[in-house]
Design a binder for this molecule. Sequence first.
Ligand code: SME
Length: 169
Amino acid sequence: MSFELNIDNSQNEETIYKQLSNQLEHLIAPTDKIISNLSNFTSALKQSFSKISWVGFYIRSNDKLFLGPFQGNTACTEIKIGNGVCGTSALNKQTIIVDDVEKFSDHIACDSGSRSEIVVPLILNEIVWGVLDLDSYELSAFNEIDKFYLEQFCNFLVSKLELDKFALV
Ligand code: SME
């Protein structure tokens, strides 16, 4: 299925999130493959916000997170649960906003230009399936508005897609 996203980037961030929210219903189709839906989702975020330098999924298998669909520069392929911002978010099942990555001692630098970050866990039947990670070259790029909508979007993906059927091989 094909769907062209139509976002007016000149609006404020909350309005952009609302535009995205309205169009996700059409962009994310359960009849499409999970990997295709997740790939388009990362693209939709990247094209909506110029502050995003990197956006992608890390998907859990046992005690590690593995690089999934993303938009941006090449990134580290494996992160242990408990390590870095992604692994800490997965361990604690909580969203983490990092205003300055240099002040998060355990931050894993995939791109030395990255300055701030937000990581949102995707929780399926109380188990972390993976995380959504967004990076920015700007300090303090992410706030409570990002957290609110990104958590809503992750819950939407969990409810709409049969993520437990996604196999890491
Ligand atoms: N910074 C992350 C690693 C992933 S990259 O940002 C894409 C972390 O500390 O977990």
